[in-house]
Design a protein around this ligand. Sequence first.
Ligand code: GDP
Ligand code: IMO
Ligand code: MG
Length: 447
Amino acid sequence: MPASVVLGAQWGDEGKGKAIDQLAPNSQWAVRFQGGNNAGHTIVAGGTTLKMHLLPSGITSRDCKLVLGCGMVVDPWVLDRELMEWAELTGEQPEGERLFISERAAVILPFHRLYDSADKIVGTTGRGIGPAYRDRTERVGIRFVDIGLLLGRDSEIGDMARRMNDQLATVGVGDRIDPEQLGSELIWIHERFSNAIRATGPMLDTALNRGEQVLLEGAQGAMLDIDQGTYPFVTSSITCRANATHGAGIHPGHIEQCYGITKAYTTRVGNGPFPTELSLEEGPGKQMSVVGHEFGTTTGRPRRTGWLDAVALNESQRLNGYTGLVVTKLDVLGGLDELKICTSYELDGQEVSHLPSSSEELSRCKPVYETHPGFPAMGEDEWIQIAEESRNGGGIDSLPSEIRSYLSRIEEISGVPVVSVGVGPDRLASIASSGGPFDIELSEATF
Ligand code: GDP
Ligand code: IMO
Ligand code: MG
């Protein structure tokens, strides 16, 4: 059985958590392959809202095994807290039973968080993600497999603390790392997680060879990719399909389906160019923010909002080769007179149809829009009812014609079929294309 990938097609927060939660009942594994707790993936099922930062969103399916893959940077304290919250909610302690941490995943330490706090440019989440990846690239970082070997080697730990303190001084952070405390933190991580640390790449390879289905859960989005995104206003990992298998320790030939998750509009949190950005104070931008509750899942910062940017969407299709698009938060646009899609940019009097590689140039791009008719606003329950009716065989055809033509236009521009449409935060508030990969039985929450 093959692997499927779920990826953010924009600047993150597209609704990846919801899509993974929907697909997980048909998967034996859910795997995070990059990033760390800069991610915030929301699952709304019945009365329960879960916000996952490290735990794969497939955790909601009890038969789904979970992996924090080798491409990740993992903050053990955040993982501990998230596991405690999960245990409080469900009584389950999955670590070592169905949750496994790659030996090769990098460990985020307090130093990385402190160093990240010096960021003044990117508007990072401050979770230590970039500094942890930087240490890995510099080959001075600690991976989970290394911790056991380091314990008791006081002079090595002392050298490590000295290096960290020199770096904190360089960026003007006043706090310092105490070597003894660092030593005891490493002991705690070892004791807390050693039952879950495994060679997860070979585990997944064996599972795939046994015919099991693996779901690869992306974090962030294509436009935040370190190589292909709006550099330097990006995250520190490769967020795209090419890294999905590598960051899980398996080969790319396993991937059969790749789903791109895009909002019906665009949001971005943090700094950086955003050609279709609207005002948060009035009009459609305010509606997207207020109705869409556009606040960062991880940091609570307001997300910037704007019309759908098909130039960016097409770049992400070029990078990821989506087999299906999931268009989320369509409900949020209800009640607007007209909807706009940006189909190209104007830069210095010239029309451009690709994202410039320079963020400085991108920030000077003016969006060129086409306009589509709007559709009426509906309440959450009304949307859920339409979603329920759509499951009687109508699928996306159950939607009003204005919405269908908006979706058809997205398909036409991107060249990718829309396989599911989000019409509310709840697990059940989705309309899948009939017979498509999201046309699966959605159950009520079991926790
Ligand atoms: P992720 O990081 O891609 O998993 O997305 P987030 O969870 O950070 O942000 C998406 C937000 O939109 C969450 O609050 C979801 O509950 C919510 N959401 C997801 N799909 C829909 C939808 O179709 N309609 C509405 N109104 N909200 C949605
Ligand atoms: P999910 O998985 C939205 C953004 C930050 C900042 C930039 C770099 O929930 O979609 P970092 O802390 O990664 O060094 O910050 O990337 N960013 C996200 N934006 N959703 C995310 O994750 C993000 N993870 C990082 O706001 O602009
Ligand atoms: Mg998010």
